[in-house]
Ligand binder design. Structure first.
Ligand code: UDX
Length: 446
């Protein structure tokens, strides 16, 4: 019989994983400690914007006409323990307040709440991004606290989904990594992922520490790639070179590859920034701080981008923001997401506002979240309205909608046709032809 699956924590990762498991044909029970979230999900509503996720949820959530009924939600650990053969732990691991290290309290409390309810053989699968060494500790905790004892086993199965592509990345992962200590656990996870494995997703079977490290290593590599190209942008600006051309040219080398070489205001979001910091902190605890000292530089190049964008904007408007109207296109940390966690766009908007600028923000999906974090900024219902009367327009999140803007129409509503492209995603010629002064990070002025 197919194993029954539970998913603990129904944020980005968990909600997507739960719906994907139902899509793969399993009976799924999702748990969250927030009753509001459970109520929403049970009604077929997703608390965040993620393309395709709501459709997938509605296709499977019990109680909706025409749904498979394979997906249910609860707040009860007891129910989860009774129901599941395989329990995926998907709670978040944010950065600790005032420290680089990762806050493990949600993971720890999920394990502590689940363990006493594991009365029959069960496989608990950690998916959260954790400091290396956590899995070994949590396996001991399960063995001690679960009534099933050694029959409550642990596996570690990091998740690599990207926001905006969460459904696709979960159903068709580019790799599946499982850290296991027994053949039984490996067999169970091969069964769970039988469909993507049959479709060709490579499976890497490893030990606990390697599985934990794969995730932070991958994110550190991605962050390094972005900061590398942003460092090149700094040099290009100093030398009057063009970082977009440079990226295009080095990207043709297959060993380098062209992805993740878009220079701009840098990376943000709920993963990359906190993961590289937690990784540095953990390496320090393990006695190898030097191994990851370069990540400090990666972080600092990244944070410098935001300040640099503010400087360029200040320069563009003549040296000061007082009384200056600034239109900000984009608030999400990346397009196709409403996530504003550590968003470079909002950070730039906030800095300009604090320096006296009159900032008006527009984002296709992240307005509500942005307003919550920065209630004092101005918000407009469209790009055109945000730009009305603006002395400068900043393009800070590369939504498709912004690439499709008509420079002539926008030019008619602004006070000055000045555009700063913080994402190197707009076509300079089109904007210049429409009479705009176009500037982008790491590219020549004219
Ligand atoms: C990332 C990893 O990609 C994913 O595998 C992991 O599971 C979670 O963290 P995500 O946070 O969704 O995913 O965003 P990602 O697409 O990696 O982008 C991160 C940031 O880098 C964004 O702010 C984006 O705008 C920025 N970025 C990306 C650049 O500045 N330049 C680029 O070339 C690419």
């Amino acid at each position: 019989m197919a194993p029954k699956i539970t998913v603990i924590g129904t944020g980005y990762l968990g909600a997507t994983h739960a719906a994907a498991m139902a899509e793969l044909g399993f009976e799924v029970l999702g748990l969250d400690i927030s009753p509001e979230k459970i109520e929403m999900l049970s009604a077929g509503n997703v608390p965040m914007y993620e393309p395709g996720l709501e459709e997938l949820l509605r296709k499977h959530v019990a109680g909706r006409p025409g749904s498979s009924g394979r997906l249910r939600f609860t707040t009860s650990y007891e129910e989860v323990g009774e129901f599941g053969d395989i329990h995926f732990v998907c709670v978040n691991t944010p950065q600790k307040h005032g420290e680089y290290a990762c806050d493990m309290s949600y993971v720890d409390s999920a394990f502590a709440s689940l363990a006493p309810h594991l009365r029959r053989p069960a496989l608990v699968v950690g998916k959260s991004t954790v400091p290396v060494g956590s899995a070994a500790r949590l396996a001991d905790l399960l063995a001690e606290q679960a009534p099933a004892g050694e029959d409550a086993e642990l596996a570690w199965n990091p998740e690599f989904l990207r926001e905006g592509f969460a459904v696709k990345d979960t159903l068709h992962p580019d790799r599946i990594v499982i850290g296991v200590t027994s053949e039984r656990a490996e067999k169970q996870l091969r069964e769970v992922y039988a469909t993507p494995i049959a479709e060709g997703s490579p499976l890497v079977v490893t030990d606990f520490p390697t599985a934990e490290l794969v995730k932070v290593a991958a994110n550190s590599f991605l962050a390094t790639k972005i900061s590398f190209i942003n460092a090149m942008a700094e040099v290009c600006e100093a030398a009057d070179g063009d970082v977009a051309k440079l990226a295009e040219a080095i990207g043709h080398d297959e060993r380098i590859g062209s992805k993740f070489l878009r220079a701009g205001i840098g990376f943000g979001g709920g993963c990359l920034p906190k993961d590289i910091r937690a990784f540095m902190a953990r390496a320090g605890e393990l006695g190898s701080p030097q191994a990851l000292a370069f990540l400090r530089e990666v972080d600092s190049v990244n944070m410098r981008r935001r300040g640099h964008m503010v400087e360029l904007a200040r320069e563009a408007v003549g040296g000061g923001f007082l009384g200056v109207r600034v239109a900000v296109l984009g608030a999400a940390f990346k397009p196709d997401s409403d996530d504003v966690r550590d968003s470079p766009a909002l950070n730039v908007a906030g800095q300009i506002h604090l320096q006296g600028g009159q900032v008006t923000v527009y984002d296709p999906k992240a307005m509500e979240n942005a307003r919550r974090v920065f209630p004092t900024l101005g918000y407009a219902p469209s790009a055109l309205e945000a730009a009305r009367g603006a002395d400068v327009v900043l393009h800070l999140t590369e939504w498709r909608e912004f690439r499709e803007l008509d420079p002539v129409a926008l030019g008619e509503v602004v006070a000055e046709r000045r555009l700063l492209d913080g994402r190197n995603a707009l076509d300079p010629d089109t904007w210049r032809e429409a009479g705009w002064t176009y500037r982008a990070l790491g590219r020549p002025r004219a």
